[in-house]
Design a protein around this ligand. Sequence first.
Ligand SMILES: CC/C=C\CC/C=C/CC(=O)SCCNC(=O)CCNC(=O)[C@H](O)C(C)(C)COP(=O)(O)OP(=O)(O)OC[C@H]1O[C@@H](n2cnc3c(N)ncnc32)[C@H](O)[C@@H]1OP(=O)(O)O
Length: 292
Amino acid sequence: MALLAGRTVLLRAGVRLGAEAATRGGNGARRFASHRVLVEPDAAAGIATIKLKNPPVNSLSLEFLTELIICLEKLENDKTFRGIILTSDCPGIFSAGLDLREMCGKNPAHYAEYWRAVQEIWLKLYLSNMVLVAAINGASPAGGCLMALTCDYRVLADNPRYRIGLNETLLGIIAPFWFKDNLVNTIGHRAADRALQLGLLFPPTEALQVGMVDQVVPEDQIHSTALSVMSQWLAIPDHARQLTKSMMRKATADHLIKQREADIQNFVSFISKDSIQKSLQVYLEKLKQKKH
Ligand SMILES: CC/C=C\CC/C=C/CC(=O)SCCNC(=O)CCNC(=O)[C@H](O)C(C)(C)COP(=O)(O)OP(=O)(O)OC[C@H]1O[C@@H](n2cnc3c(N)ncnc32)[C@H](O)[C@@H]1OP(=O)(O)O
């Protein structure tokens, strides 16, 4: 995949991205943004804040994932940056998780392409050499929770509506083994067993208790807290922290890397089942009707 600044690029995945915009931020650093991924760089501090902007709920569509993957590749290859703060530009929502419309009524080739992108974003985030701090400023179910779980530290805004968890079973679907591995590594086996089977979405106090997040802070302090956590982590020499991170995470990532194709095939055959399609459609319909 190649990114040509200021031009429209056609990606291997067949997704056409719009021109990349570049402006100067307040500190003179170059601010760049794709349609849905805003990047606010602080070059002096070596930190980039990524703001997810795919309204209304930051659902992870194929195009959105592709933009995010490109953005992460760019930052990873830019020696200016040592840390990323991952947050949302959509009020009250961190991310609604995978875009259900990508998993409903499409063909097997589409499901395979979509799932490869989901795997890719997880691997990119989970194995990033940079320090990743999630500033979770909204609801964070399923794939939204997974993105937060890839980070090195999670700060959640204190609002009872901002629930976080892997709720796949509530949709009649199953969290893949690598979602499970990431959760087990974060909250331990017993808590993950219960959370996954029941599809628990934890409000802030419970999320903190179970270890799903590291800190809960008033909403107006979320960014300043993320910045202060970041400066603690960046005080550690990069090579020592990176090798330690790799030591802690490699086996979990390799578990997926070694069976990526089988995992894609498994997803495609599971999601293509009539019964699963029906469950997802009913769930989407319920979401839509909630307002009326
Ligand atoms: C073998 C492995 C097999 C399978 C593994 C597959 C793994 C999947 C992991 C996932 O991530 S599945 C996605 C799970 N996500 C959810 O369950 C979240 C569903 N959404 C919500 O609970 C709520 O929308 C919210 C709490 C995030 C936000 O609530 P609110 O602010 O009240 O917004 P609305 O509910 O009114 O939603 C606005 C709009 O957005 C649509 N929408 C919401 N979530 C999704 C989504 N994940 N994908 C696509 N679209 C979504 C919703 O239908 C509304 O659409 P309208 O057209 O009615 O405006």
